[in-house]
Design a protein around this ligand. Structure first.
Ligand SMILES: [Zn+2]
Length: 368
């Protein structure tokens, strides 16, 4: 079973100087690239003996890990630090083309959690119900993986008169069967709700049963239904998963759009929203951000001082706070993700669109 991504925990690892290696690979084919990148990083660190030693210590820890856990399939994300004595692997049993595109190796004072933040958003835990006349499958989808948590037998006969029953009696009995069946499915969803957390439910299957089920669900759960699709009964598991993934994608895109509309409306009247990297950075540092909206492909450089830890936007020669030379160049999007993760702020990644691009791909809805 796939694990739920705990961004808050992953954002906690940090060292004074560079000491944290993050490795993200979309498939085992990236191993070669990782090894090449590791060699070139070693060369780049030659003039910084302490950093080089820390990097090599991490590298050894990783080598041991791969010897003991051969990497053969799926995506892999690892945070490794010898100094902190941690190695946190997360594996993703998904095809390459469904994983965030930018893989690589990072060596910094904190972990590069941007790829997993994207995954958390893209593969947010949800529920899929596949209900036909014969049976219903209640599935919990975690990081893209479907797990059947309950199966319920339906055995609802077709709505035509058959055999010894009079038409009316048959119809009445059938209505009762449908109602009981839908109730049973609803109860299974409620049981699942008690032990997991999910924000969305998708209903697939026979139109009649889906309708009945929507009526039976308590309002709280009905509000979580964000996609419904009638599908013919003879669908393979793979086909059904594809349909469910498509519904999830639509729901996610519509949520991104809603958040953007809300941010724009608030920003127009100078309300609870901010646009652009500079203002959003300040608000994140103050813990005022409710929802952080980031454009998936946005690139923003920043600078982090190795001495005082001060972070500023843009590439700089000197620390703006203490004047120390040779600060680190960092990915500001990752910095934003980290600040948001630490504060438990909701992070949404959005596909590029012109208005968002114009504000550097960064916007926020504020708590106050
Ligand atoms: Zn400084």
């Amino acid at each position: 079973m796939s694990e739920v991504i705990d961004l808050k925990k992953l954002s906690q690892y940090n060292t004074q100087g560079r000491g944290v290696t993050t490795l993200y690979m979309r498939s085992p084919r990236s191993m070669d690239r990782y090894e090449r990148r590791s060699k070139s990083l070693s060369k780049l660190l030659k003039e910084h003996p302490e950093e080089l030693a820390a990097f090599r210590a991490n590298d050894e820890k990783l080598t041991t890990y791969f010897e003991e856990n051969p990497y053969t399939s799926g995506g892999l994300f690892i945070i490794c630090s010898a100094e902190l004595d941690v190695l946190v692997p997360l594996s993703f049993d998904l095809p390459e083309d469904r994983l965030p595109s930018e893989d690589g190796l990072w060596f910094d004072t904190t972990a590069y959690i941007r790829p997993v933040a994207e995954m958390q958003d893209e593969f947010e835990q949800h529920v899929v119900i596949v209900a036909t006349n014969h049976s219903a499958s209640v599935q919990l989808v975690t990081v893209g993986k479907h797990e059947e948590v309950e199966a319920i037998l339906g055995e609802i006969k077709n709505s035509v008169k058959k055999g010894g029953w009079s038409q009316q009696r048959y119809a009445r009995r059938r209505v009762k069967q449908l109602s009981d069946y839908a109730s049973e499915i609803g109860e299974a969803i409620e049981r699942l709700e008690r032990r997991t957390s999910f924000a969305r439910i998708f209903l697939l299957g026979s139109k009649e049963i889906i309708q009945e089920l929507e009526e039976k669900l308590p309002r709280r759960l009905r509000n979580k239904v964000e996609g419904v699709k009638a599908v013919p009964s003879k669908q393979s598991a793979v086909q059904l998963e594809e349909i469910a993934a498509e519904l999830f994608k639509l729901a996610e895109a519509s949520q991104e759009q809603d958040i953007w509309e809300e941010i724009r409306a608030e920003a127009m009247q100078q309300g609870r929203a901010l646009l652009g990297a500079m203002d959003v950075h300040v608000a994140l540092q103050q813990g005022r951000v409710h929802t952080l909206l980031l454009q998936r492909d946005s690139r923003l450089d920043g600078t982090r001082c190795k001495v005082c830890g001060h972070v500023s936007l843009g590439v700089r020669e000197l620390c703006m706070m203490c004047g120390e030379s040779d600060p680190l160049t960092i990915d500001m999007v990752n910095e934003f993700v980290e600040l948001a993760a630490k504060a438990g702020t909701q992070i949404e990644f959005s596909d590029p669109h012109e208005e968002l691009t114009e504000v550097e791909g960064v916007a926020a809805l504020l708590r106050y």
